[in-house]
Ligand binder design. Structure first.
Ligand SMILES: *[C@@H]1O[C@H](CO)[C@@H](O)[C@H](O)[C@H]1NC(C)=O
Ligand SMILES: *[C@@H]1O[C@H](CO)[C@@H](O)[C@H](O)[C@H]1NC(C)=O
Ligand SMILES: *[C@@H]1O[C@H](CO)[C@@H](O)[C@H](O)[C@H]1NC(C)=O
Ligand SMILES: *[C@@H]1O[C@H](CO)[C@@H](O)[C@H](O)[C@H]1NC(C)=O
Length: 381
């Protein structure tokens, strides 16, 4: 999801307010060595904690940027009691100038150099998310960079190392070296944790107008690099599912204009499952069109023999009536083994978590429809 400027300001206000009163001084660097099996794929399905089937989850881009541990625990506790199993979080927070103290950032890109912040306003915040997820038996998808400029993105690398657009990120040796150094820092920190579901290359990578080989080559190189660091966890791309010539209805998302070939990328040996997103509001399609988007990807995943994850989906109004049919379709589609709605909402110590119009808040009637009822339907499937 790309956040609009106004929504981003709202979000940073809420997070800044969270940041000030409660910077904990206790250090929590938790890496639990576990003997139980890591999440895996089994044919067209996911296996978590020994159970193979369909899993529901959600997204919280902001949880790693909270500074009150109790807020992190609140979210994890509510996810667990709701039966949501997978949580996708931002494993990046890139900046181009060092923020004032109290603001969380993970990596600074400036004057041709990148510096990783492992301190109490840096990766220690993500450490707490990982340790709380362990305690609540929640599995995390952790990604490494944004395509969009929210929380830095590829353009933060471009601004430090030179280039004219995000597209220069993928095949720049110097930027890829910095990116891989960051990946290594995060993967080595959490690879022994029972909370890791998958490592994800990026949020919504695109290379507009590029030959699909640019992203293909980057996916192949990066996923192979991650498997070399950690052969025991799943790896996915984090793309929107663009570029699919089977079942195409000719609409924009099926086309190859954003520089991705869904089937080709999924065929890469070191990619374990496919991701797809669904935003009719942004893509100029109808809400009902989303059902075909899900089934066509399920068919493509079946053909390749790896599961699809409907990793983000959202609308800004009529959440229940628009999204519940997508959930039923996903659950009924062979080749699709899970869905994560965008985005999770909860009441934190500072008030409600950020609302971009898509947010489904814990305890609301939308939540009953899209979480409680969906989790019950999965249990009966
Ligand atoms: C690198 O990617 C750009 C697209 O951003 C492309 O124009 C260029 O040809 C690529 N260079 C190589 C060596 O692949
Ligand atoms: C992770 O586990 C491996 C082997 O099980 C061990 O060699 C390594 O030291 C552990 N790393 C951390 C950070 O605990
Ligand atoms: C996408 O990749 C598939 C599988 O490699 C290939 O058959 C197809 O021709 C590609 N489509 C385009 C438009 O590149
Ligand atoms: C999904 O399958 C179930 C059980 O076969 C059925 O009751 C339900 O109507 C189906 N939903 C959709 C959207 O096809």
């Amino acid at each position: 999801m790309k956040l609009t400027r106004a929504l981003l300001n709202l979000a940073s206000l809420a997070l800044a307010a969270t940041a000030l009163p409660s910077l904990h001084t206790t250090t929590t660097t938790t890496t639990t060595i576990t003997t139980s099996a890591n999440p895996s794929t089994s044919g067209l399905q996911f296996t978590i904690d020994g159970e193979t089937g369909y899993f529901a989850g959600t997204n919280s881009y902001w949880i790693g940027f909270l500074t009150d541990n109790d807020d992190v625990d609140t979210v994890m506790k509510d996810l667990k009691s709701s039966g949501l199993k997978i949580l996708r979080v931002w494993g990046f927070n890139d900046v181009t100038t060092k923020p004032s103290s109290g603001t969380v950032w993970f990596q600074l890109h400036e004057n041709g150099q990148s510096t990783i912040n492992t301190g109490s306003d840096g990766l220690e915040r993500l450490d707490y998310v990982v340790s709380s997820a362990e305690q609540h038996d929640i599995k995390l998808i952790i990604n490494f960079v944004n395509y969009w400029t929210d929380y830095g993105g590829m353009s933060a690398y471009v601004s430090a190392y030179g280039g004219s657009s995000e597209s220069d990120f993928y095949n720049s040796t110097i930027m890829q070296t910095a990116y891989q150094t960051y990946i290594e820092a995060v993967v080595s920190r959490y690879k022994n944790s029972s909370a890791v579901f998958a490592w994800e290359l990026a949020n919504e990578p695109r290379c507009p107008g590029c030959d699909t080989s640019v992203i293909y080559d980057w996916v192949e190189k990066t996923s192979k690099y991650i498997k070399g660091l950690d052969a025991d966890h799943l790896v996915c791309i984090g793309d929107e599912g663009f570029g699919l010539d089977t079942d195409s209805d000719g609409s924009y998302p099926y086309q190859f204009a954003e520089g991705l070939n869904f089937t080709a990328n999924l065929g890469i040996e070191t990619i374990d499952f496919a991701t797809l997103h669904l935003y009719p509001d942004s893509w100029g399609t109808s809400d009902d069109w989303g059902n075909g988007w899900i089934t066509s990807h399920g068919a493509a995943c079946s053909a390749v023999g790896k599961p699809c994850l409907l990793e983000e989906y959202g609308v800004t109004s009529n959440h229940c009536s628009v999204e519940a049919p997508w959930q039923s379709t996903a659950l009924n589609t062979t080749g699709v083994s899970g869905d994560l709605f965008w985005q999770y909402g909860d009441t934190l110590s500072t008030g409600e978590s950020p609302d971009d119009g898509n947010t489904i808040y814990y305890g609301t009637s939308d939540y009953t429809c899209l979480v409680t009822d969906h989790v019950a339907a999965i249990a009966q499937a």
